[in-house]
Design a protein around this ligand. Structure first.
Ligand code: SOE
Length: 391
């Protein structure tokens, strides 16, 4: 437990919409469940609308609020900036924070382009020399069943990996009258289903398998080309959708496995259906985010009569992160992945280790997304994932 000698980690958060709320919940609860080497101080939350950010600060448990993110960086009581804004401001805020000596947690995808992600990595590398840490928020790595899946693969229980099958399906924009929100505008979000959902399955599948995507053959589709402008819904004005609604691709992984990926916001009836299946010559794993306390495991080395997929209930104290929570069988949810993320980040800062996923990992995912977009422009021609420029 923390006492008076425990150092304080002052947090400043930019953004208070969906991700800001998810991260706030993590910062607020992490110290109640995990033994931490630092005391979390939720110093300030920042947003442009004065009334909105004041209300968010009160509801989400922040000690103060700001309307300009530059103030977070100036304040001496803030040691870490948590970037939960749309992608178009990630680079500017994260780089300024790192240059001011603040640790950074940045939401995924790291940036809206390879160029931005490269600049962010350069800033992170410079800052690292003075002990400043940077991490990208691919939170699903820290769902206990996903972490366990990685451990099972790393132990060699699946043998040589042959197939990866990854989908991330939602349906919140199936209605053509759904407004043209920021996630549907390329200049704000970078891309559509590809960056929002595809980035998660690219990261998670690489995390679980330990293999990286080396080439892709892709197609993307925008089903609804125009939508009502949010601010003008009453007079019927519409604007162009400038991102993909769905992205599908084949991939080769550098360890020899082949893979399929599908990210869509048009999978009617699927709300947050992230599923990954990995097949090796000794066994298989299947993970489904809508049943996130479970992991399916087939061990092909067992007696033929009792082989088959086993449902592991990932709620035992021996499972990653679970011991800090509830008795076996009581289960965790979506929000806990963020709590585990900030728990690991706090430890990395206190213990002077490198928190993962790093900005280099974020750039690598960006290079995959870029290869997918280039392949789709070439009618699914095979495109190699570029190696990152030496940073
Ligand atoms: C929206 O589609 C979204 O909130 C993503 O942006 C998140 O990263 C994902 O976890 C859930 O869906």
């Amino acid at each position: 437990m923390t006492d008076d000698s425990t150092p304080t980690l002052g947090i400043g958060m930019a953004g208070y919409a969906f991700m800001g709320r998810a991260h706030s919940q993590a910062w607020r609860t992490v110290g109640n469940f995990f033994e931490l080497p630092m005391r979390v101080d939720m110093a300030a939350i920042c947003g442009r609308d004065p009334a909105g950010v004041a209300a968010a600060a009160a509801t989400l448990g922040w000690r103060s609020h700001e309307t300009d993110w530059r103030r977070l960086i100036e304040r001496d009581d803030i040691h870490l900036v948590d970037v939960c804004t749309p992608g178009d401001s990630h680079a500017e805020i994260a780089i300024a924070a790192l240059e001011a000596g603040k640790h950074v947690l940045c939401e995924k995808p790291l940036a809206n382009s390879v160029e931005e992600a490269t600049t962010m990595l350069e800033a992170a590398r410079r800052a690292e020399r003075s002990g400043v840490r940077a991490m990208v928020g691919f939170n699903y790595r820290r769902v206990p069943a996903a972490t366990l899946a990685r451990q099972i693969v790393a132990e060699g229980r699946l043998g040589t990996l042959r197939h990866v099958r990854a989908v991330y399906l939602q349906d919140w924009i199936v209605d053509p009258e759904f407004p043209l929100v920021w996630r549907l505008r390329q200049e704000v979000s970078g891309s559509g289903a590809l960056g929002d959902l595809g980035a998660h399955i690219v990261d998670l599948s690489q995390f679980i398998t330990g293999q990286r995507i080396s080439s892709v053959s892709a197609l993307t589709e925008t089903f609804i080309k125009e939508r009502p402008l949010p601010e003008h819904t009453a007079n019927g004005a519409r604007g162009p959708v400038t991102v993909d609604d769905a992205a599908l691709f084949l991939a080769r992984l550098d360890g020899g496995a082949v893979a399929t990926y599908e990210a869509s916001r048009f999978a009617t009836g699927r709300k947050n259906a992230l599923r990954i299946e990995v097949n090796g010559d000794l066994g298989s794993l299947a993970f489904d985010l809508e049943r996130l306390n479970e992991l399916e495991f087939h061990d092909a080395t067992g007696p033929a009569a009792t082989q088959g997929f086993t449902r592991i209930l990932v709620t035992e104290p021996v499972h990653p992160y679970v011991g800090a929570w509830w008795p076996p069988g009581h289960g965790l949810g979506y929000e806990h992945s963020f709590t585990h993320e900030v728990r690991d980040l706090i430890h990395a800062i206190a213990e002077a280790t490198t928190p993962e996923p790093t900005f280099a990992d974020g750039l690598q995912v960006q290079l995959v997304l870029d290869a997918v977009e280039r392949s789709a422009k070439q009618s699914a021609g095979w495109v190699a994932v570029e190696a990152p420029a030496r940073v």
